[in-house]
Design a protein around this ligand. Sequence first.
Ligand code: ADP
Ligand code: MG
Length: 140
Amino acid sequence: MAVEHTLSIIKPDATRRNLTGKINAVIEEAGLRIVAQKRVALTRAQAEGFYAVHKERSFFGELVDFMISGPVVVQALEGENAVAKYREVMGATNPANADEGTIRKQFAESIEANSVHGSDSLENAAIEISYFFAQTEIVG
Ligand code: ADP
Ligand code: MG
């Protein structure tokens, strides 16, 4: 296994409920290191660009509205096998299907308001991290 980086977003449902610290604790306890982090209000254009791969999906408009409904915390995470590891720590997209102990099982409200985003491949992780961070902002 190699040290990887992945992009995490703590979504508006979680920032609204003041869960940033609790989610960060789950991330850190899983052995992932938060090597960049900022709290931002996404613009509609930023949210549409970030989720462009989903633009044909029926839920795209609602997803964008949700992602701009409050602040988000964008993070770069570092660790062995970080991309797959964080997907495991997040749990299934639909919290009803998420395993015990995962972030989504513990905190998500619904399939849409599911508290966190995590990159789904190493290639997308690099693209998504560079969407939000300059290399100089990532401090391992
Ligand atoms: P994941 O975030 O687990 O990688 P997807 O990439 O498939 O899931 O979807 C992106 C995001 O779109 C999800 O995290 C969730 O917020 C939202 N979403 C996915 N499926 C649905 C759905 N059926 N209805 C509403 N929102 C959805
Ligand atoms: Mg996805």
